[in-house]
Design a protein around this ligand. Sequence first.
Ligand SMILES: Nc1ncnc2c1ncn2[C@@H]1O[C@H](COP(=O)(O)OP(=O)(O)OP(=O)(O)O)[C@@H](O)[C@H]1O
Ligand SMILES: C[C@@](O)(CCO)CC(=O)[O-]
Ligand SMILES: [Mg+2]
Length: 441
Amino acid sequence: MVTPPFLVSAPGKVILFGEHAAVYGKPAIAAAISLRSYLLTTKHEPEFSELVTLEFPDIKFQYSWKIHSLPWDVVPKGSIDTVRPPSELNTTLVEALEHALVDVHIPLQRSAALAFLYLYICLCSPDMPGMTFSVRSTLPIGAGLGSSASVSVCLAAALCLVSGEVSPPEKKGDDDSDFNAANYAGIELIDAWAFLGERCIHGNPSGIDNAVASHGGAVMFQRMTKGNPNVRESMRSFPPLKLLLIDSRQPRRTAVQVANVATLLQNYPLVTEPILNGIHALTDEAYKLLQTPKENCDDAWEERLRELVRVNHGLLVALGVSHPKLEAIRMAADELEIGETKLTGAGGGGCAITLVKRGVDIDESRICGLIERLEGHGFEVFETSLGGVGAGCLLPTKSEAAEWEEWEEKLFSLHHLLGLGDREDIQKTVGVGSIDGWAFW
Ligand SMILES: Nc1ncnc2c1ncn2[C@@H]1O[C@H](COP(=O)(O)OP(=O)(O)OP(=O)(O)O)[C@@H](O)[C@H]1O
Ligand SMILES: C[C@@](O)(CCO)CC(=O)[O-]
Ligand SMILES: [Mg+2]
């Protein structure tokens, strides 16, 4: 059992191929990005020990519940398998939590708070001390970069740590590829609980986003079908790709986009199924291409990959999940002949990626021209790298326990920062890659 204060963090992701089809058991390819969410867990002062507090400053939400007023009796201790959580939500618990959420009307706040309460009731117990869980993200929210999954993974990781279901990650050796069985078991469990958090936020997730946010790297993922388990294949020799990541800043919710595709499939199965099968075949092609040894990734290879990006976008347009702003981004990149562009994530707004041409026929000034043009239209261009680390934890080791007070003081000032700082402040002060001490499962 880990005693607060401590921080956990998990990355966002980019889906390169296969979104939406992933929901129907088709393969998809995604990679973790360097933009991440952070969750600080602190213990309440004794006078507030009967409260549990949730703070989501990014979505202007803060709420405290009396711990004993929550519906603990719906899932009595021992009635839930915390080691192998089910993949379906317990609808009785979801209904019982309505009461705790009666004052929360805004859907984006309500779904995130439901994810927290659901995991809190399943993993914790009413005799635990009062705590505050504060989440900040350097990811744009609801923009296709897996913000919901990175928050779900942070919530699952923090709650698994305070309940003792999972131990903090053991530091790996110098070779980051070293396999550590305890870390692996820990992150598998966090991933499984985060999937239920995703279910609370968007109803019918495939599980690809929480898989990438937990494990990091680049993966080919296929949701379980007819009792077969999920496939999650790590793509270790992922070739370096030059990508632009552009946020249309058009808000949308994944839950709505996924439901729209479900309606299309229901209304026009003979039309929609072939589109999903087309995405499946295209992702298989992309998978083969992305397995090509680096030395064979020549111009023709790049051209084929870009072609697949273009076709994937076209099929997503046919599913009805593009948006005029995403089309404006694609057209700007097409006009300047920078590369091929597709929406990424659930679409309907949010982000697009442009797979940039390399080689002699494209110079940096053309790319700068595109960025300027996009920013001029109010779009935001992100720089990020693909295939980064998965979920991690920052807490003092036993040998540092003497510095505990100093640590606690630092985290309390961090608490303030998590409430007020901007993305750059957060990344600089606690960010993975900016400060030492982070360990990853
Ligand atoms: N920083 C955050 N703080 C609190 N809640 C968040 C935060 N980031 C995301 N969420 C929750 O996740 C929801 C957005 O998730 P949604 O699945 O719609 O988009 P996304 O995950 O960013 O994109 P995609 O699913 O396409 O990758 C928000 O409405 C909110 O409920
Ligand atoms: C649209 C979708 O395919 C990707 C969202 O990032 C939904 C999912 O797979 O859960
Ligand atoms: Mg999401």
